[in-house]
Design a binder for this molecule. Sequence first.
Ligand SMILES: [Zn+2]
Length: 123
Amino acid sequence: MHEVSLAEGVIDVVERAAEGAHATAVSEVRVAVGELSNVEIEALAFAFESVKKGTVANDAKLVIDRPEGRAWCMTCQKDVPYHRFGDACPICGGYQVVVSGGRDMRVVDIKATTPEDSDKADS
Ligand SMILES: [Zn+2]
């Protein structure tokens, strides 16, 4: 299952960030999953619950943001909101569009507990 390897990738990032910040535990992991990425949110959340066990993210909560899809419309000559592959440009109705954003998934924030009791461990 695709989402299991994605969740493992998230845990990888979290473990490296926690190590770099000397964090002892991670309380929250925020990921951005683009609207046009081929990721099933429920499957990802489920996979995360299983792969986090025994890691520094054992008690971490997964928060999922859904950044909007974007596309460049050649007719309008601008970036437009784009919600599904195969859709027309929402402004001119044309199909001369190239997806420009919202395709990927990434970790955007990790809340960790460090010995200094700082609650943040960015990158
Ligand atoms: Zn257009």
